[in-house]
Design a protein around this ligand. Structure first.
Ligand SMILES: [Zn+2]
Length: 312
C-alpha cells in the first residue's frame, strides 16, 4: 500500500495559495496599514501611500511582503487584494491579536469572549477577513509577548493562536518585547501547546541585545525575524547588521528572516521596505557574498511561511 502523498505546502497570500518557489525576495515582517492608541498621529491608513511603498519595493526587486498587523489595528483588509493586484507584490495578511493596550477599546479584541478567539483566527485563515472582498484570507497568526511576565491576556491569546495553528497548520509570528523573556513564550507554545518550533517566527530580535540569547533561540529551531532596518538612525537599525553577522558566524543563517517593520509614518518617510533591498542586502552581500541575502530574503521565507494547510 502506498502512503498518501503529503499535502503540498503553499504560502497563503491575499490573492490565493502560492507555490513557495514563487515567493521571491520577501520582506518577512512589515505593515502597510496599522494604527494603535499608543502611536497617535502615526497611523498608516492610506491605500495610495501603501501603493507607493509597494511600487518602490517592487522596483528595488521585492516580490512579497508579509504584513503582521492583526485584527483591530486597522490592517486594511478592504485594500490588500487590490494593492497586490495593482503592484504585482504578493501580500500575506495576519490574523491574531496584539497586546491589550494596542487595541481600541482596551478590552477583548474582536468584541468576542476569549473562548471565541481561536474560531475567529481560524475563520480569518480559512474563510476570509471581515471587511475584505470574498476569499481574502490571512496567511499567518500574529501574537505578542509582554514587557515582563505574561499577562492573562497574552496567555489566552497564545492558547487561541496555538488552537488555530493546530486546526490549520498556520505559522505563528511573535512580537517580542526587550523586557520580556522569549524562552517563556517559546516554552509555552512548544511544551504547553505543542506548536512545533519550525512553525514559530520570533520578531524584534534586534531589540534584545544579548548574542547568546539569539544563538540559543536559533538553536531551538525557530525562525528569527531581524526586523527593524527601516528606521534609519534608530538604535535597532544600527544593531541589526551585527546581530545578523553574529548569527551567521554561529551557523544559524538558515533560521534568519529580514523585515523592515514599518510601524509609523516617520519610519515610512525614512525608508520603508525598499531599504531592505537597497541598503541592507548590499551590505550583507559585500561582507558574506551574494548567497546570504538570497538565503535570508528568498529561501528562508519560503520555508517559514509555507504551510501544509489543514481544513478544520
Ligand atoms: Zn511589526
Amino acid at each position: 500500500m502506498t502512503p498518501a502523498a503529503p499535502a503540498a505546502r503553499t504560502v497563503r497570500t491575499v490573492l490565493g495559495d502560492l507555490d513557495p518557489a514563487d515567493l521571491g525576495p520577501t520582506d518577512s515582517h512589515d505593515h502597510l496599514f496599522i494604527r494603535s492608541p499608543l502611536l497617535p498621529g502615526e497611523e498608516l491608513d492610506d491605500p495610495t501611500a501603501a501603493a507607493e511603498v509597494l511600487h518602490a519595493f517592487a522596483e528595488a526587486g521585492g516580490r512579497t511582503l508579509v504584513q503582521w498587523t492583526p485584527y483591530g489595528m486597522g490592517r486594511g483588509a478592504a485594500h490588500l487584494a487590490e494593492l497586490s493586484r495593482a503592484t504585482g507584490v504578493h501580500l500575506l495578511a495576519a490574523t491574531g491579536t496584539h497586546q491589550a493596550a494596542h487595541h481600541v477599546p482596551h478590552t477583548t479584541p474582536y468584541g468576542t469572549p476569549y473562548e471565541n478567539l481561536a474560531a475567529r483566527f481560524v475563520a480569518d485563515l480559512t474563510t476570509g477577513l471581515p471587511g475584505a472582498p470574498e476569499g481574502v484570507r490571512a496567511g499567518l497568526i500574529k501574537i505578542a509577548s509582554d514587557p515582563g511576565p505574561s499577562t492573562a491576556h497574552a496567555r489566552r491569546v497564545r492558547a487561541a493562536a496555538a488552537e488555530a495553528h493546530h486546526a490549520t497548520g498556520a505559522p505563528i509570528a511573535v512580537h517580542l518585547e526587550a523586557a520580556g523573556d522569549p524562552h517563556e513564550i517559546l516554552d509555552d507554545l512548544r511544551e504547553h501547546h505543542g506548536v512545533p518550533a519550525d512553525r514559530i517566527v520570533l520578531g524584534h530580535l534586534t531589540r534584545l541585545t544579548d548574542p547568546a540569547l539569539h544563538r540559543g533561540l536559533a538553536a531551538e529551531g525557530v525562525h528569527l525575524a531581524l526586523d527593524s532596518p527601516s528606521r534609519a538612525g534608530h538604535p535597532t537599525d544600527l544593531q541589526a547588521f551585527d546581530v545578523i553577522a553574529d548569527l551567521v558566524d554561529a551557523g544559524h543563517a538558515d533560521r534568519l528572516l529580514l523585515g523592515a517593520d514599518t510601524t509609523t509614518r516617520t519610519a515610512r518617510r525614512l525608508g520603508g521596505p525598499a531599504r531592505l533591498l537597497t541598503d541592507l542586502a548590499p551590505r550583507l552581500s559585500r561582507t558574506f557574498g551574494p548567497d546570504l541575502p538570497h538565503l535570508l530574503l528568498t529561501t528562508n521565507p519560503a520555508t517559514a511561511f509555507a504551510t501544509a494547510w489543514r481544513r478544520p
